[in-house]
Design a protein around this ligand. Structure first.
Ligand code: DAH
Length: 366
């Protein structure tokens, strides 16, 4: 019995004397481990007579329990000390910027598309989409460009060899205008949409890439006229370029899908050798820059899209998204948009947290 008592005293003393977690762990293995002395004592219970076992078991169990408790207490004390030491010595400066980590950016084209969606949502426009692999009926015929129409030749179209469901050929859409037809057919009238997306033409130089982006606008309702178009474009461009100093010039033009058709120019001045939007292009030292195509939707298009042109009319416009981005954010080579050069993306890209909102400004820089 006194053996057990002295073993207990000895074990508890050694536990108290331990000065670190590693020593404590060694002690735990020595005492309670499979080959440990306390475990050895527990094993002797098996060889005892029932009487002897009844007498010795409580003391041995008490020893094991005392050792286990002492080890746990000492361990908790070490851990508390360690925590207190770290709290006293370590600091986290929460005002420091997060460390550099590999980090992507929002491409200016995506940013501008988000800006457009935000501006037009405020004017009650929904965002519509259509397929990039298009049927030539939607891309041309329904937009009043029948098979032999000369405007087709101007589009440098990428055709597929297959035949399209409507009898023509499949192609990569050359503009976002087919979304006008698809939306009218699918939803009827009234309509107020923008349709941003990729378009394709076989063309390539500093200002043309085989794939680029457009945004289409379409309003169909009753009694819509050119004044609505002008107001909408002015409101959109002022919000987009974040200036009230936007002067537009509407110039008569021709598109098969609008009648009348207008091309819209925006006035600019030259400052430090760069074009800056603002003021009348007729002022000395100023000029006009062609920005977008638009017009009142041609009756034939409304008809082919399943609506009655005597009841419904509206306006449409189409503008290059990449061009808008270049004008607003100052890039001068369109090809760099699609090179995937990380340095360009870091420089011209936007933070994912920099969501355009009308209240915070649709063009905030990161
Ligand atoms: N689809 C034309 C193009 O790609 C742009 C355009 C002009 C769209 C006039 C329109 C419009 O909706 O009314 O060149």
């Amino acid at each position: 019995m006194s053996d057990i008592q002295s073993m207990t005293t000895d074990a508890l003393q050694r536990i108290t004397a331990a000065t670190d977690l590693a020593t404590l762990e060694t002690l735990r293995v020595e005492l309670l481990g499979k080959q440990g002395s306390v475990s050895g004592l527990l094993k002797t219970l098996g060889g005892m007579s029932p009487e002897e076992r009844q007498e010795k078991a409580p003391a041995i169990q008490a020893l094991r329990q005392a050792v286990a408790d002492a080890l746990a207490d000492r361990k908790a004390a070490f851990e508390a000390d360690e925590l207190a030491r770290r709290l006293a010595t370590e600091k986290a400066d929460l005002t420091l910027p997060a460390p550099d980590a590999p980090c992507g950016t929002v491409h200016p084209v995506s940013q501008v598309m988000d800006e457009l969606a935000e501006i037009f949502a405020d004017l009650g426009f929904a965002v519509a989409t259509g397929p990039e692999i298009e049927d030539d009926w939607y891309n041309f015929t329904a937009l009043n460009m029948p098979e032999s129409h000369p405007a087709r030749a101007m589009h440098d179209t990428f055709y597929f060899p297959d035949t399209a469901p409507k009898g023509g050929r499949m192609l990569l859409r050359t503009h976002t205008s087919p979304v006008q037809v698809r939306t009218m057919l699918a939803e009827g009238a009234p309509i107020r949409i923008i349709a941003p997306g990729r378009v394709y033409r076989s063309d390539s130089d500093a200002t043309h890439t085989p794939m680029f982006h457009q945004v289409e606008g379409l309003v169909i309702d009753k009694d819509i006229h050119l004044g609505h178009l002008k107001w909408t474009l002015e409101t959109f461009l002022k919000a987009f370029f974040e200036t009230d100093d936007i002067v537009l010039r509407l110039r008569p033009s021709y598109f098969p899908f609008t009648e009348p058709s207008v091309e819209v120019d925006v006035g600019f001045a030259i400052e430090n050798g760069r074009r800056v939007l603002g003021g009348s292009g007729d002022a000395p030292g100023h000029g006009w820059m062609e920005l977008l195509g638009s017009g009142m939707v041609n009756r034939k298009v409304i008809e082919m899209s399943g609506l009655d042109p005597d009841e419904w009319q509206g306006f449409a416009f189409g503008v290059g998204v990449d061009r808008l981005a270049m004008l607003k954010y100052g890039m001068d080579d369109l090809r760099a948009f699609f090179d995937g050069d990380v340095r360009w993306l870091q420089h011209y890209g936007f933070s994912a947290y920099d969501q355009p909102t009308l209240s915070a400004g649709v063009g905030a820089r990161p």
